[in-house]
Write a new protein. Sequence first.
Length: 569
Amino acid sequence: MRPPSSFLKQTLIVVALIAALAWPSFAAEGEPSPAEISNLKALLSQQQQQIDELRKTLEDQRRLLEKLGGSSDAGTAGLSAPSAAPAPTAKKGLGEVAATTAFAPPIPDPVPKADPLPVVPTPAPQTREATPEPSPLQFHIGDASITPVGFMDITNTWRSTNAGTSLQTNFGSFPYNNTLQGRLTEDKWSAENSRLGLRVDAKVKGANVLGYFEGDFVGGATANNTQVSSDSMLFRIRQYYVDVRKGFWEVLAGQAWSLLLPNRNGMSPLPADLFYTQVVDVNYTNGLFWGRIPGIRFIGHPNNKVAFGVALENSSQYFGGSGGGGIPVLPAAFASNPAYNAQLDNSVTNDRGVANVHPDIIGKFVFEPSSRLHLEVGGVESTVRLFNPITQQYFTKAGAGVTFTVNAALTKNLRVISANFWNDGTGRYIFGAAPNFIVRPDGSPSPIHSASTVSGFEATIKNLQPYIYYGGVYIDRNTAHDLDGSLIGYGFPGSTNAHNRSIQEITGGYTQTLWRDGKYGALQYMVQYAYFVRNPWSVAPNTPKNAHETAIWFNLRYVLPGTAPTIRY
C-alpha cells in the first residue's frame, strides 16, 4: 500500500510556506528582532502540529491495512521515512529558535500516485485446471480451429473358414462346412481400415459450428489392384457433415452415423459419443443397428439431462443381399422382369438406382439423470411403394421399428450396455441381415419381422480396455403362395440356406494403449476373438444344420495427436 498523494502535497505546502515566511528575516544581516523571533516560534509550533497530524494519519492507515489483511510492512513501505522522523534532535537548529538557518521536516521519497483509501486487498487468484497444450497438427484460419483426425492401422485377420471378406465380417454369409470355402482357412494383412479426416470448429454469431470429415480405404479394389504386386484400395467417404448448435436447437446436415445408432453420451454425432462397440472388426458386431447415411436432423436440448431429435435419412427399398443377407424369392411373374426388379434394392444390381417414396423418418429421446446412466428410446418409419406393370396397380406399405438402449456404470471402471431393436420392415438397419419385405403374387409388399441386440460389458483397467459382447439377430419367416401354388418369400420350407433364421456372435478382446502423449499421439495394440453361428430356416437332407466360424484379429494402431477445442454451449 502506498501513502496517499495528499500527504506529499501537504508536506510540500508546509515547506514552501515556511521558506516564504522565513526568507526575509534570514536574508537580512544582523541579529533578528524580538518580533521576528516571536513569529518564527509561532511558525515552528504550527509546523509541529501539522507533523503530528500527518503522523496520526499514517498510523491510521497502517492499522486499516492490518485490519483488511494486508501486510503492514509491505503496505507502508516508503512511509517509514516520515513516520520515523519526529524531530531529529541530533541536527543543529532543532529547538534553537535563535538559529540563523531554518529547519523543515524531511520530505519522503516521491512515490507513484495511489488510489484513495480505503483500498481492499486483491484476492489471491483461484487455481484453474491447466489448459492442454494445442496439438502440433492443429492450426487456425481466422477464428476457426482445424484439427486432423484419424489413425494409421495394420490388421491381421485369421478365420476358420475362407469367407473371402478380409478384415470385415459379412454376418449372414460365412460358409457352411460342406462347401470348399468352408473347408479352408484364411489369414490376411490389411491397412484398409486406416482413417484420415479433419474437424473444423468455429463460433459464428453465438452458434457452435462443427464441420466433420473422415474416410478410410475400405471402398474396394481399383481396376489395377492385382493383390500380387499392389493392394490399391479405394479411399471412401465415411462421414461428411456440418453441425450447428445455438442454445436450445441443433441442426446437422450431411452424411453421418444414423440417428438410430445408439449413443454413449447425449445425442452427439461425434465418434467418441456413439456406441458401435470397441471391436476391431470393420463391420462391428452382429446385431448392431446402424448406418452412415446422408440426411438432416433437428435436435432439441431442454437441459443437460434430456435431448430429443428427429431425422430424415435416405431410404432404401431393401430386398436383401447386403452383408450376406438372404434375398426373398419373387413371384414367377416378376422374377424375370427387369422393369419390376428395378424397384428393389438387392445391393447387387440396383442399389442407388432404386426409387424411394420419401426419406426414412427417425426419432430419438435421450435421458441421462447422471453421468453413470444413459437411457434412450428411438423409432424409425420407412415406406415402400411398388408398381405392378401387369395390372398397372400401385401398392404402398409402411414399416416401422423401435429401439431401447441402456448404458450404465456398475462401478467407476465397469459399464454394462444393452442396445435392442425390434422392427417390422426395417431390417436394413441390422447391417442388411434382414430384408425389409417380400413381394406377394399381386405385387404388393409385405414387411418382414426381425429383431437384434448387442449386450455386454466394457471395463477400464489403467491403460487396458477389455470388453465382451453378445450379438444376436432373429429374422422371422414371411411366405406366400404363388399363382401356381408354389411357396415364395423368405424362410419357407425348401428355401435356400441363405435365408437365415438366426445369427449369433460372442466376442471379446481388449485395447492396450502402449503410450499416449498429447503432442505425439498414441500407440495402441488390439486383440479380438469372435465365434459366429448362423441357422437357416430350411435344412436340406444331408446338409449342415448351421454354419460356424471363428475369427481372431491382431491390430497395431497409431492415433494422430491432437484434441479438438472444448465446445461450450
